[in-house]
Design a protein around this ligand. Structure first.
Ligand code: NAD
Ligand code: UFG
Length: 355
């Protein structure tokens, strides 16, 4: 495919049927982009994509393929005149990654290699990648800036560190090879995405018992789970419970649109690969999250104090200054919005997506 056949409005969204990806599809369609999704549905259902089209009143194109299937990807690039890829497809359960590390490296790292190979073959070299604050590992810092050394502490996190390294190396090779169309890559390090689209039609639909705090709290509130365990109240934080930087998923995906625009601009004119934190810069403790949930929803959350969860940090929140400076992005929504939208999604879809 040559550059003439690329349509700058055509975005390939890997993992677009998932939690963050489906919200990104809404934002892309509402911003005038055309969306092509590739997803193998290993952790999602096509119902999310039907709802994306319902919310936006716009169609998207869906391919059910695994991103490790290079020939399927080549066919998509040959057909769809893609300009940029937003890469969400990946496995994300920390516990499962410790049990099945090879699966995580194969799906996440090899999957990204297959994707970037297909992209290079099609001369599509703009990429927005879903990285994670987990790449900072067990640092002593409370607030994380992009220039901190990386060092994840579980196979999931290491898969993100490895992918970031691969993408940085691809970009660095352009300088040596003097490529005419260099890689332009934004590594977006998410803090803790929560919340849902304000319509309550799309949201997070965890398979089985949730690992993450907000989905767990909402399932206790709706009566699906009996009691929340608060993992540790003896951390060196004001109330002893863990502090995280929760970010509304709609704010998060708006950061992706800003990143796409930045890749087209001056800052990436000669190519490059840069990391950006996407967080609010504000941390909340587990007890503060429970309180906020009780206040906004009027539901009482049954909880008990339990031992610390292995591998958890006391406190972790973003320095989001670089994303503001270079992408012109900052989170707009507050904790009440995040909790209210989570609850709206949960009450409208008590069983998640039913198909
Ligand atoms: P999700 O599981 O809801 O979405 C991922 C999607 O990718 C799913 O639809 C799944 O079916 C698809 N997928 C997985 N492997 C695939 C493959 N090999 N080929 C094709 N499709 C595949 O997860 P999410 O919460 O939307 O996360 C999206 C991305 O953001 C992931 O890469 C995740 O690691 C990253 N991330 C998420 C969080 C979070 O807390 N949600 C935090 C930091 C980073
Ligand atoms: N927590 C509980 N009880 C629960 C679940 C969580 O007390 O049932 C606590 C945790 O100990 C932590 C806080 O709530 O203090 C947040 O925990 P989450 O599991 O929601 O989020 P984490 O920060 O531990 O991890 C998440 C993703 C990781 C990702 C990381 C950074 O799950 O995949 O954010 O992006 F790497």
């Amino acid at each position: 495919m040559n550059q003439n056949s690329i349509n700058h409005k055509n975005i390939l969204v890997t993992g677009g049927a998932g939690y963050v990806g489906s919200h990104a599809c809404v934002e892309l369609l509402q911003s005038g982009f055309n969306v092509v999704v590739v997803d193998n549905l290993c952790n999602s259902k096509t119902e999310s994509l039907s709802r994306v089209q319902h919310i936006t009143g716009r169609p998207l194109t869906f391919y059910q393929h695994d991103i490790r299937d290079k020939s399927a990807l080549a066919d998509i690039f040959a057909k769809e005149a893609i300009s940029t890829v937003m890469h969400f497809a990946g496995l994300k359960a920390v516990g499962e990654s410790c049990e099945k590390p090879a699966l995580y490296y194969d799906n996440n790292v090899y999957g990204t290699l297959a994707l970037t190979e297909a992209m290079a073959d099609a001369n599509v070299k703009k990429l927005v990648f879903s990285s994670s604050a987990t790449v900072y590992g067990a640092s002593d810092c409370r607030q994380y800036s992009e220039d901190l050394p990386l060092g994840a502490i579980n196979p999931y996190g290491r898969s993100k560190v490895m992918i970031e390294a691969v993408l940085r190396d691809l970009s660095a090779a352009d300088t040596i090879n003097q490529h005419k169309s260099p890689w332009k890559i934004a590594l977006l390090r998410y803090f803790n995405p929560i919340g849902a689209h304000e319509s309550g039609q799309i949201g997070e639909d965890p398979d089985g018992i949730p690992n993450n705090l907000l989905p767990y709290i909402s399932q206790v509130a709706i009566g699906k789970l009996a009691q929340l365990s608060v993992f540790g109240n003896d951390y060196p934080t004001p109330d002893g419970t863990g502090i995280r930087d929760y970010i509304h998923v709609v704010d998060l995906v708006k950061g992706h649109i800003k990143a796409i625009n930045a890749l087209e601009g001056e800052a990436f004119k000669s190519g490059g690969c840069k990391a950006y934190n996407l967080g609010t810069g504000q941390g909340y403790s587990v007890l503060e999250m429970i309180n906020a949930f009780e206040t906004v929803t009027g539901q009482r959350i049954n909880y008990k104090i339990a031992p610390r969860r292995t591998g958890d940090l006391a406190e972790c929140f973003a320095n989001p200054a670089l994303a503001l400076k270079e992408l012109g992005w900052k989170a707009e929504k507050n904790l009440d919005d995040m909790v209210a939208d989570t609850w709206n999604w949960q009450t409208k879809n008590p069983q998640g997506y039913i198909q």
